[in-house]
Design a protein around this ligand. Sequence first.
Ligand SMILES: Cc1cc2nc3c(=O)[nH]c(=O)nc-3n(C[C@H](O)[C@H](O)[C@H](O)COP(=O)(O)OP(=O)(O)OC[C@H]3O[C@@H](n4cnc5c(N)ncnc54)[C@H](O)[C@@H]3O)c2cc1C
Length: 326
Amino acid sequence: MSDIFVIVEHRLGEIRDITFEMLWKAGELAENLSHSVSAVLLGHEVSSIAEDLSDRADQIIIYDDERLKNFSADLYKEIIAGLIEETKPPLILIGSTSWGMELAPCLSIKTGLPLATDCIDILSENGRFIAQRQMYNGKIFANVSFAETSGCLFTIRSGVFPKDKIGDRQAQKIQKGFPLIDIKPGKTFVEFVETAAGDVDITQAELLVSVGRGIGEEENIALIKELAEALNGVVSCSRPIVDKNWLPKYLQVGTSGKSVTPKVYIAIGISGAFQHMAGTNGAGTIIAVNKDPKAPIFRTAHYGIVDDLFKIVPVLKDKVLEAKKG
Ligand SMILES: Cc1cc2nc3c(=O)[nH]c(=O)nc-3n(C[C@H](O)[C@H](O)[C@H](O)COP(=O)(O)OP(=O)(O)OC[C@H]3O[C@@H](n4cnc5c(N)ncnc54)[C@H](O)[C@@H]3O)c2cc1C
């Protein structure tokens, strides 16, 4: 029996959802393949985190040291590479997050193990792991497998697996000492900065009118604001709108923005990139307006209008105002 490794991601004492999602998938694979699941936890004063994982893995391998208080890809890489060398796990799962995007490539180089990034599923065939990935903005699915290898690294997209427990597990906790490594991290942690709260909280809104790059120019955002007002809703947006400084960051929906749970989510001029849609998993009805019939958002939307937003939005607004009057 060999171990599937899940590298535990946590921040400010809280386990990130991606960890639970990876443990779910690892648990499912382990059950089918008679493997066990090891959660690999690096940090400082992490006993409560370990406790929260105790019924989700067969073992928790813990490196608890003050030098690991904040995430450092340099230190993580050295420590995990040593553990991989010692235990030879067939599969190592890392979140496709800002942590994982830094850690996984350097761990792959350090260990020589192949890496598949941003996987949306993992299959197995004759003892080999196959990563499923999306290409061309979600238009193509690719199954990726590697030539003969002792193990492989997969980074996992957030939100593709459930956060639930799987199987009946009671983890054995294995405390490891900080290894003798001579490394001075190239980066120093400075501080955590929380996103500004803002005047409106899009996570509480019942109806969101969300605007994307299809709006073209900053002055056109007024159109979206008018529609949102007519509907008694709140404006939110995709990341390019924030990057252009047209709307504040606290209105951004998605993996690097907020997850929202409105009853109705109207996406206007938004293509439907997974980083955006991941923030809408908890939304009720999704309505998309996009002039491209092949836009990925139409795969998720419950209702779609394929047309120019500049034609549709004013008509929608007038209809809503008429209905309100009548
Ligand atoms: C690490 C990382 C994190 C990210 N986090 C986020 C995040 O949190 N949130 C987020 O949104 N993105 C995020 N992104 C960016 C994401 O990958 C996409 O680039 C982004 O969501 C695209 O925004 P968009 O749909 O507004 O723009 P585009 O992809 O450019 O889409 C614009 C759409 O508008 C349509 N359109 C154009 N003109 C019109 C018109 N006149 N009428 C109707 N439709 C029209 C087009 O057909 C197109 O589909 C992240 C990316 C990375 C790498």
